[in-house]
Ligand binder design. Structure first.
Ligand code: MGD
Ligand code: MGD
Ligand code: MO
Length: 761
């Protein structure tokens, strides 16, 4: 059995933010060999004329703090600014076979990629090559392959400009195989909200925090994954706003926070309590918990009606704006408390407390993350949350509505400008007119379908615009085994990651500029743009010298690829776009005139410019023209039944990682130091399984499909987690997730309830 990395786990007593985050920052700069120049860059982060943080998609306020960044954003900036380099000499020293033995941390810790590289099968090494040779060879290798067999992946960091060009290139090549990180993330939101309220995105914005009187939080680890939101939560708490949290784990950022940018709080160690109620439901228990709340609300509304008191439900809103209410109410009435308590693992009285806050609040925001979307019933989770909001008209008024917290800094924006496999989400005819070609109508491949295609051989070529596809997707072993069968594997990246170590028959690794770096093209310095989680679009201008003189920008790389891949088309001047990104924005404006009027002029609007949202105006672009209630078929979002010795594994992010990028081995808020090989477990389950703290075990998937999937070397760690649930870190745990274990409809891999068993020896 592989020896786990030794570490220490001790309950963390401090608040989120506070001195801990300042100390953590002090560790980062030396780790990336950075001096004071980095601090100057941090001051520009998330400012109107500065650059959009490369970490999360939390909005950038118009009235920014002097330092509008958080510990996590600083880590992400430092990670990109690092003075360390992964040069051709590095690859001379290490074969890919050897590098496959390295950890994710060690791979990226070697710093920024500096040269375009081509894999040489004879030597098993990457070797430097000129850009021209690389593009010519890639074009030549891709052109003969049937468009259906080529996948164009992108990760949500890529700008609007590069994303638009990338989607156009794929469609002109002849497919919509545009899987992206959103397919593993908030696609359950895009599908669920679209069906329920007619828009695929949240309806709320930063200013709604000033009007809400209760926040309901589901499955988001704010302290680690969108720490700047803690400022908004703190001001809400100071106004007496109730914050009701549903999460299997007690996440520190949702409990207590000290503002590291507030000298008084820092010196007096004053903390703000964040959640006023904290409900540790079991993983996959949200549909049941919300059903329970709805049951109370309906009961109270019945009682009010009988007593002639004001109603608890907003009947005017329901009558005027919704469809499906009767069916939903019938289901709620017929659902028993026994089922609700069993499926949520919450008591009726705990659910009553939450329902009471909901009933008393005039305006409620529902904020959520991967804890809802990454389940087999992830779309149902989202729809159930909308049901809750609809009951009291909590959509389309100040301080109310759904707020999905997006992950990557432009993941929402990519979809806005055409990164999607679904024809109905793009103005296909307008694209055809604009560029004089006939675009494919056949649905393209999403992430899960791309994985299936890589495994069964029907996908023959993969181009990755950022990201670490192979590491982020489930079914690690089968995927790694199949990858070398690809005819072509091209990756555009800033740092070396595990995906790059699995070559296809023709393999290129192309290094690009990061967003913080100066991007000078023929017409001068360029800016790019991104869309945040609240649909606000911001310009971003890099100022720092590039990590290497050989780097190209993402728009330049996409343009050069497109030129080699596609026949010349006088209506698409890829070179002019590369020379002046303002022209790409003009093209985007022409394709999406409703969203991007005066795009260039509004690029640096303080706080970004809002792309608008019909549901926020109570205009419902749904099938029925109304907001639609939903009746779930099952209260169990996990999608599999509990059985003896079967656990629901939650795959988690630590506070020292950004997705597959591992900054370090600590998870401060969860008290973990020096290791990621932990298995969080309830003490009663440890007793039942006869396990002691520190014992080393393995997990095996229990999907019942006969495939052996195993993760070795996990340290049993007692933790405050509901019985029947386990926690382990992503991406290491992805070996355990079958590719077919994904959300119905949205295909988001169901990483928050993976059926597993504990194995020994
Ligand atoms: N520093 C940092 N920031 C990041 C990222 C990062 O890796 N590091 N990643 C970015 C990306 S791409 C994304 S998508 C976001 C991810 O940010 P989050 O949405 O916070 O995702 P996770 O960290 O996976 O954690 C999800 C939370 O859901 C809880 N949970 C698990 N199962 C359930 C359930 O069934 N019900 C409920 N109610 N809760 C549950 C977990 O305990 C955990 O607190 O963050 C973005 N920001
Ligand atoms: N089990 C489990 N699996 C999950 C999740 C989970 O919670 N549990 N979360 C899912 C989610 S929400 C997401 S979003 C995906 C993440 O999937 P991805 O977005 O594919 O993965 P990242 O780890 O964000 O990608 C990191 C790599 O991006 C490259 N990179 C960084 N910056 C740039 C840049 O500016 N340009 C370019 N071209 N490349 C750059 C670097 O080379 C770096 O190694 O993982 C998913 N997988
Ligand atoms: Mo994500």
């Amino acid at each position: 059995m592989t020896a786990p990395r030794k570490g220490r786990v001790k309950p963390f007593e401090g608040p989120a933010g506070g001195w801990g985050s300042v100390r953590s920052l002090a560790d980062i700069l030396p780790r990336e060999r950075l001096g004071p120049v980095a601090l100057a860059q941090l001051a520009r982060q998330n400012k109107t004329e500065g650059f959009a943080c490369v970490s999360c998609a939390w909005p950038k306020p118009a009235d920014a703090h002097p330092a509008e960044f958080c510990e996590e954003g600083a880590k992400a900036t430092a990670w990109e600014l690092t003075t360390l380099r992964t040069t051709p000499a590095f690859f001379q020293e290490h074969t890919l076979t050897a590098l496959r033995g390295w950890s994710d941390y060690d791979l990226e810790q070697h710093g920024r990629l500096t040269h375009p590289l081509c894999y040489n099968r004879e030597t098993d090494r990457y070797e430097a090559i000129s850009w021209d040779e690389a593009f010519a060879a890639i074009g030549e290798a891709l052109r003969p392959i049937s468009p259906k067999a080529v996948a164009f992946y992108s990760s949500g960091r890529t700008s609007l400009e590069a994303s638009y060009m990338y989607g156009l290139m794929a469609r002109m090549f002849g497919n919509q195989n545009l899987p992206d990180s959103s397919n593993m993330c908030h696609e359950s939101t895009s599908v669920g909200l679209k069906a329920a309220i007619g828009v695929p995105v949240g309806t709320t914005r930063l200013e709604d925090f000033d009007h809400a009187d209760a926040l309901f939080f589901f499955g988001h680890n704010t302290g680690s994954n969108a720490p700047r939101m803690l400022h908004n939560l703190r001001s809400c708490r100071k106004r007496g706003v109730e914050i009701v949290t549903f999460n299997p784990l007690r996440e520190r950022g949702l409990e207590r926070f000290t503002d590291p940018q507030n000298p008084i709080e820092m010196t007096t160690l004053r903390e703000t309590d964040i959640s006023t109620q904290y409900h540790q439901l079991k993983a996959g228990g949200d549909i049941a918990a919300i059903m329970g709340m709805a049951k109370f609300l309906i009961e109270w509304d019945d009682a009010a009606s009988a007593a002639g008191a004001p109603p608890v439900l907003d009947h005017d809103f329901i009558d005027q704006h919704t469809k499906g209410f009767e069916d939903f109410v019938a289901l709620v009435r017929s659902t028993t408390w026994k089922t609700i308590e069993k499926e949520s693992a919450l008591s009726r009285s705990a659910i009553e407390e939450a329902a009471q806050v909901y009933a008393d609040a005039k305006a409620v925001m529902a904020i959520y993350g991967m804890g809802l979307t990454q389940h087999v019933k992830g779309v149902d989770n989202v729809r159930m949350l909308v049901n809750l909001l609809l009951l009291r008209g909590n959509i389309g008024k100040p301080g109310a509505g759904p707020m999905p917290v997006r992950g990557h800094s432009n993941v929402q924006g990519q979809r806005t400008v055409g990164i999607t496999e679904k024809t109905e989400l793009v103005p296909i005819e307008r694209l055809e007119q604009q560029y004089g070609f006939s675009a494919p109508r056949e649905k393209g491949l999403d992430t899960v379908e791309t994985c299936r295609g890589v495994i069964d051989g029907s996908v023959k070529a993969f181009v990755g615009l950022g990201g670490n596809f192979l590491r982020a997707v489930p079914e690690t072993e089968a995927m790694e085994r199949a990858w070398p069968n690809l005819e072509v594997s091209v990756q555009i990246a800033t740092k070396l990651n595990r995906n790059h170590l699995f070559p296809g028959k023709v393999t290129y690794l192309l290094p690009c500029l990061g967003r913080i770096e100066r991007d000078v093209q023929a017409s001068g310095p360029q800016a790019v743009s991104v869309e945040d989680s609240t649909s606000c679009i911001h310009g971003s201008r890099g100022k720092i010298a590039p990590a290497s003189e050989h780097l190209l920008s993402e728009p330049a790389i996409v343009a050069a690829l497109a030129k080699r891949l596609l026949p010349a088309n006088p209506k698409v001047d890829w070179d002019a776009w590369t020379a002046d990104y303002g022209l790409i924005r003009e093209a985007i404006e022409e394709t999406y005139p409703e969203i991007f009027p005066d795009y260039n002029a509004r690029l640096f609007t303080p706080g970004g410019f809002w792309k608008g949202n019909k549901a926020a105006e109570r205009i419902w672009l749904t099938e029925s023209g109304k907001a639609e209630f939903f009746t779930p078929k099952s209260l169990n979002a996990a999608g599999f039944e509990d059985a003896d010795k079967r656990f629901r594994l939650i795959t988690l992010r630590s506070n020292d990682q950004f997705n597959t990028t591992i900054y370090g081995y600590h998870d401060r808020f969860r008290g973990v130091k020096g290791t990621r090989d932990v298995l969080f477990m309830n003490v009663a389950d440890m007793l039942a399984e006869d396990l002691t703290e520190g014992e080393i075990v393995a997990l095996e998937s229990d999907a019942g499909d006969g495939v052996r999937r195993r993760r070795e070397g996990l340290i049993v760690t007692p933790y405050d987690i509901p019985r029947g649930c386990l926690g382990a870190y992503y991406p290491e745990a992805n070996v355990l997730i079958p590719i077919e274990h994904h959300a119905d409809e949205s295909h988001v891999p169901a990483g928050k309830s993976v059926p597993v068993r504990i194995a020994r020896g």
